[in-house]
Design a protein around this ligand. Structure first.
Ligand SMILES: [Zn+2]
Length: 488
């Protein structure tokens, strides 16, 4: 059997002005041969699929892995060129029996809300109905009927934060093997309640609504031998499209009615639980007061509206401004993305005193620039290895600087960065367990990453274009009514 393997991982926050363009796409592309190398032993769905392919001794045709990450809308040129380059690679490859692609499920372009649906439809059109096409999806995917219809099957991760990409790839290879030997014909059904949960509430751990719903879904599936997969995915509200939000895709082996019934039952279970998805956050002022008054550190303050995982500028200053105002001691600003300030600090040099105006520069939604005075303590290349099982791998924050401003240390990165675990701090010589307050630009990942060391985790209602209060955002495309935008 000949299998083509590739990936297109982009996530869009529709509300930010920033655009993901072709130049970014080119810089973020892992070519075919490198994809095979990067895939061996890795944590991606592609790596998992390649393991499966090796077990079956399939011939693998590596395409490419386009990984621009999270940002604003994709330019028309970038999406169309990417789609065309995949199609041209497939044309060059000649006949294949199957294609596996790792997708995110939230990519939106200037001219198109559903990039993955469009991409899968183009693959289907080029390859015809007989070729198996399986796509893996992120747990935040906003799944659309076009995606479901165009692929033979979609398989989403079951964790959040996500750490089961590789098993999903292996599952795809197992199912594809069944399709090749004729024992499996996947039939999928998709259903969606009128809900677009806040990202804060998609955490999957005991006591959280998504964990309850995952168990409901898996228990229902376990009763039926013909269920191949249930992908209950939380959605990504900042990517504004008709189908934004939670969805369930059930795939059975030749049992379309069963798939439909189960999808409907799980949809109803989600709807019944909707009020458990109400956000709970603390105001910036109260959160900083609570943190400074807490004896035992570190208190981790989640800067949810400017999460490095949600496509915002990452230069939000609300927590820094309030920590300065309340004269906090022993606090670390997890990061502010400000490449100009980083360059100024580098120009001054390690050990030198600087006065810098940092953050709040990209747009008017993430606080005002803040003037700080301090000593440049560290200049770092920004590369570090995550210590946690989820989001494992190497992270690149761009050149990074630590400013020592007395009671507050400020980490300045060159690009927006998800702050979700201890090595983010340790790589810069900051021992997080010896600080009183840490701030983290993250929507939920920090809950898992700092759970072992934090004396308290406080989710803060900071301003920003990933605010968990959805009524503050200018949605245009999402279906209405929808919870919690509408009081239903
Ligand atoms: Zn995700």
């Amino acid at each position: 059997m000949r299998l083509a393997v590739g990936g297109y991982l982009a996530a869009t926050n529709s509300f930010v002005a920033h655009r993901m363009d072709l130049d970014l796409f080119h810089r973020s592309t892992i070519p075919g041969e490198a994809l095979l190398k990067a895939g061996s032993g890795g944590e991606s769905a592609i790596a998992g699929f390649l393991n499966g392919a090796r077990e079956h001794s399939w011939e693998v045709v590596p395409l490419q892995f386009v990984v621009p990450g999270v940002g604003g809308k994709i330019t028309e040129e970038a999406h169309e060129a990417t789609k065309e380059s995949f199609l041209s690679m497939l044309r060059k490859a000649g006949p294949v029996d199957g294609v596996f692609v790792q997708l995110h499920g939230t990519a939106a372009a200037e001219h198109l809300d559903d990039c993955e649906g469009d991409f899968l439809a183009a693959l289907r059109c080029a390859l015809g109905d007989k070729v198996a096409i399986i796509a893996s999806l992120d747990g935040h995917a906003n799944v659309t009927p076009l995606m479901v219809k165009s692929a033979s099957m979609l398989i989403g991760v079951k964790t959040n934060p996500h750490y089961d990409f590789a098993p999903v790839g292996q599952q795809a290879a197992r199912i594809m093997a069944g399709m090749f030997d004729g024992s499996i014909t996947p039939t999928s059904a998709w259903a969606q309640p009128a809900m677009a949960p806040a990202l804060q509430k998609l955490f999957i751990a005991p006591g959280w609504p998504m964990e309850h719903l995952m168990r409901v879904a898996q228990n229902l599936a376990a009763r039926h031998a013909h269920v191949l997969d249930v992908s209950l995915l939380g959605g990504f509200f900042p990517s504004d499209r008709l189908e934004t939000g939670i969805s369930v895709t059930v795939t059975t082996n030749k049992e379309p009615n069963l798939a439909r019934d189960l999808a409907e039952q799980i949809k109803e279970a989600c709807w019944a639980k909707r009020h458990a998805f109400h956000t709970d956050m603390v105001s910036v002022e109260d959160a900083v007061r609570e943190a400074t008054e807490t004896e035992q550190g570190p208190v981790v303050l989640g800067d949810l509206a400017d999460s490095g995982g949600a496509g915002t500028p990452g230069d939000g200053t609300a927590l820094l401004a309030e920590l300065l105002k309340q004269k906090a001691q022993g606090a670390v600003i997890g990061n502010i993305a400000d490449s100009a300030a980083v360059q100024e600090a580098i120009k001054a040099g390690v050990g030198k005193h600087v006065t810098l105006t940092i953050g709040g520069k990209v747009d008017k939604f993430h606080g005002d620039p803040v003037q700080v005075e301090g000593r440049v303590r560290v200049i770092h290349d920004g590369v570090y290895a995550a210590a946690t099982i989820f989001n494992a791998g190497t992270y690149r924050r761009g050149v990074t600087v630590v400013l020592d401003c007395g009671g507050i240390e400020v980490i300045l990165t060159s690009r927006p960065t998800l702050v979700f675990e201890v090595n983010h701090f340790r790589s810069l010589g900051i021992e997080p367990t010896q600080r009183k307050i840490l701030t983290a630009k993250s929507e939920l990942q920090h809950r898992a990453g700092f759970a072992g060391i934090a004396s308290k985790l406080i989710d803060v209602d900071t301003p920003g274009l990933a605010t968990q209060v959805l009524t503050r955002l200018p949605f245009q495309k999402i279906r209405r009514p929808v919870f919690p935008l509408d009081n239903i």
